[in-house]
Design a protein around this ligand. Sequence first.
Ligand code: SF4
Length: 473
Amino acid sequence: MSGLHPSKPFPEAARDKVNQPQLRANLRKVTHTIREKRLRAVGELPHWEELRLLGEATKDASLANLSDRLLQLEASVKARGGQVHWARDAAEAREIVVRIAQAHQVDELIKVKSITSDEIELNATLQERGIHAIETDLAELIVQLSHDTPSHILVPAIHRNRAEIQALFNRELPGEGGLSDSPAELAGAARRYLRHKFLTTKMAVSGVNFAVAETGTVCVVESEGNGRMCLTLPEVLVSIMGIEKVLERWEDLSVFMELLPRSSTAERMNPYTSFWSGVTPGDGPQEFHLILLDNGRTEVLADATGRQTLRCIRCSACLNVCPVYERTGGHAYGSVYPGPIGAILTPQLLGMQDKNANTLPGASSLCGACFDACPVRINIPQVLIYLRGEVTAEKGVTAEALAMKTVGYAMSSGWRFEGALKLARVGQGPLVKGGEITSLPGLLGGWTQSRDLKTLPPQSFREWWKERERDSE
Ligand code: SF4
């Protein structure tokens, strides 16, 4: 897996994962726990649905005038002493960070959890240029030390158990070696390691949850306080944000400060919420850079149906209710954006021609749980169906499309359907083994890759009904 691009089609990647019972058990336990806590937190607010509508309307209003909002943000940040950089794509964004790091001659920097920096594969580029990036979010640190990739937006190390973390810290953290698997001891070891880095590293890179155009204020929400250390202690701070993160007014934030923590960690209030505007002499970083990243977002914005994807505030509520995510985990999506939001965001950012990403809209049962959970009311099932249509249009006339047309023709008339059933009943004979069909030939084989089919009954309902009518006469 690398950045945005899945290296395999979803069905192939998912097959490996669903065959790991331990992984499925871990995922089930964590997602069910978070989902139940979230329901309780949300249930406390009688006006939750009104808040969701407000979240949707606020983001839509900002997206409707995105270019104006971004220019306003640029002016506000500059007026407060910050510097603003525009990046068309991942490569431009990476180069900007490298340039700033080289200007300050740093060979090490600290990072606070930022999916956008993973999207642009920042760490690998920095490493190639001799700059080591250290993740300071505990779960991200675990993922980094184990040379792994995150599998959940909120809980990146959801797939790791405590014994694995114990072995990892004993092996990788300097000066450790005899740690037990006690959570307090493991957290203490991480704290010792990170504290030293906070106090000795002079540059930090952060993500951005929200940015306010009218004040030039940038906001990061997190749970551990490590983010706040990154945002306040180093001399130089670089924040990378997707352009959709901008809000118009300061008061818009109040809506998301309610929606985000309850949807994400099921908390009433986020433990650490940091706001900063430009630079303040003698207090905090003395140099602040804000990178505004497009990387496919303006294409998404131009699409009337797909645009709603840009409302996403990365709360991860849709992951925790998704039956597909629960069984495959995040790695099967092959991108930094897993779960239902990944299934619509990744292919849109990459374009529907990407032959691996365009399998992602199929990674859904269309049960609609993601839409119900989404605090900004992104109609994920609607976008999934729309994208599936785009994929079909992209492929042109395929054997699958012809087969569907034939089925459609047969099902559009009663007598044709009955005739087709009779033929199928005779034709299924050689395929039936032990009362079930376990393998279909050719194109139809996809149906039996992960399921056995019931055989057609000797008598259809229509035949039974006709017989019943005859007998009663
Ligand atoms: S799509 Fe909605 S539920 Fe999913 S991460 Fe984004 S905001 Fe949260």
